[in-house]
Design a protein. Sequence first.
Lengths: 326, 218
Amino acid sequence: VIHSIPSGTRDVLPDETREVRAITDALREVFEHHHYGEVYTPALEYESVLARGDMAEAQPAYRVFDETGAALVLRSDMTVPIARVVATRYPTSELPLRFCYLAHCYRGVRPARGQPREMLQAGIELIGSAAPQGTAEALTVLCAALDAVGLEGYRIGFGDASLYPALMASLQVPESSRPLLLDALTHRDFVGLEHELEGIAVSSQARELLLSVPQRRGGPEILSGAPQPAASAVEGMRLVHELLADQVAQRIIFDFGLVRSIGYYTGAVFEVYDPALGTPIGGGGRYDDLLGRFGRSLPAVGFALGVDRLHIALAGEERGTGALLR
Amino acid sequence: MSPTNGLTIAVPRGALFTETVDMLAGLGLDTAELRVNDRKLLFKEIGVITMRPSDVPTYVEAGAADLGVTGKDVLLEQAAHGPGKGGRGVYELLDLGYGRCTMVLASKAGPDPAVEALRRLGVMRVATKYPRIASRHLEETGRQAEIVEVKGSVELAPLTGMVEAIVDLTATGTTLRENNLVVREEILVCTARMIANPVAHKLKAAQIDDLLGRLRAA
């Protein structure tokens, strides 16, 4: 007898669970070793609370009503619930605060490989530690975690969410056009970006910068050639880079075009790539405004890894096949 | 290093095939076998895989190919509806310029039957292979429509009276004219696009940028 389960969900049976457990045990150990305390929060939250984050891009998949008629949402990430915990449960505590989690999150995505609607995420949040030290710490823990699970070929894309907005502002792109350009960039549509730029009254030199700067990515050498309008964001990236140990720094790909679709990122953003998987394994960044929306204004940074994606990438590396490995 | 820098490229069979192969030949790739063998799918020696155009984003998104060529119509049709839903997880890198055609709304010549249907019945029936593009266009222009998805020759649908209009891609308009259909609205112009896998775009940045540079210069 076949009884179906909702689209984008699945059962995990013992053989797979054993492998996943090996990954989550290794991650927990690294997080604990770096003094990140594990937390659990409810899978269901009030919609009005999660809406302080970025509801549109977070794509919550499931909404229900409780017996009083209040709208509840299954959380789409752990960053917003932890921001709520910090504001509510740690209103006056000493900083920084370090939390980690292994938790299921729910998103209304089109189900695809490694992109289920219910996904197990592992991550950390570092609250009350500003750039560049906090960012460098998060990147260090990220690499330690990936090393501990045995992933070998990974790289970390590293950018800054404020870079393109600063570039647009200093090149005097009209306010009304800025969301369109940012939207094209967020959707990785460079053809669309070029078309939008053609319709904007800026110098041809500015237009060239607006199109070419977000396509720059590579080693630390790209930091020195950055154009003036992007200088402060790039200087921030350089300061983080200086704090990184060699084994972390050599994993970094600097990427001036990296933008994450979630709107609460304010500074550094990063994504994890592995040649054994065609999509990023995880990512994160600085969200220095989010805690303020919950009433305790603190700088913060964090990342989340998709445990299933990590598992697929590990299996691919072991077999020497998968995605870009050929 | 090969003329395509060791990258794997998804090449669409069909209308975009010849120009795509010409473009690859222009980069210095040996395309002789690709041109003559239309049953083979995987050309490993030259880093090419071939498939129908609407499958290109699927293979590129999964990383089975680093780059791919497909029409803007395919990308738009596969992009989910509404803000925040994004599209396919691929980078759209370059407008290749060829494969130019127009997405149009067409109906039978003479008094527009779609207008009459809207006025008298409040809804027009529209046949298309592009249900998302069609429903988006009709929604944005404030008309109620019943979308009928067909897989084969769309022109048949209005001739049999099954629908009042069609939304379809046309290059020259010949097929429409031969079937006594006229273009009522141009929805958008589509050309071939170069797309990239997001992870390949970072991990193979130098190879991809070099190839794009040579394509732009050509």
